[in-house]
Write a protein that binds this ligand. Structure first.
Ligand SMILES: [Zn+2]
Length: 155
């Protein structure tokens, strides 16, 4: 199985910030700051994070001071700019598998990178994923039980 939507990892975030700060002729931020910011933005999908970084480069005249806020604002903009990817008017229902988020995060081996990668799928035990992910987004659906049966590490 190959989940399609890749979640941003810290290395991805670091690389994006390094490029962004270089773009604004600033020294890339220190690891400590990156760690703090990353803890706030670590559920943003990688394609969205790339889009957000590009928006910041195009719209702003300097590198953001509060990077986490810039990315969270950008994540909101991304969802507004891509409404076909997100359907949010549905009510959240309770689900013991995904805690109502509709999404399950787990580690899967990426053959291209030759290492584990954090990925996500839709929760097969509820319909909450429809709140976040439109029907055109190609993400597979699995239940927590199915993932555990295949020895995937839930993260
Ligand atoms: Zn669920």
């Amino acid at each position: 199985m190959q989940p399609v939507l890749t979640i941003m990892e810290k290395e991805d975030f670091k690389l994006l910030l390094s490029k962004l700060f270089t773009y604004f002729q600033k020294v890339p931020p220190k690891n400590q700051a990156v760690d703090l910011w990353f803890s706030r933005v670590n559920s943003i999908p990688l394609p969205a994070a790339k889009w957000i970084a590009r928006q910041i480069a195009d719209r702003e005249s300097s590198a953001p001071y509060n990077v986490a806020k810039a990315f969270l604002d950008g994540w909101r903009d991304y969802k507004q700019a891509h409404p076909h990817l997100f359907v949010s008017e549905l009510k959240q229902t309770e689900c013991g598998d995904c805690h109502g988020t509709g999404l399950l995060f787990f580690k899967a081996f990426n053959e291209k990178l030759n290492r584990d990668q954090r990925v996500m799928c839709k929760c097969g035990s509820c319909s909450n994923s429809k709140r976040h992910v439109g029907p055109k987004v190609r993400i597979p659906t699995y239940t927590l039980k199915q993932l555990k049966e295949q020895n995937y590490e839930i993260v």
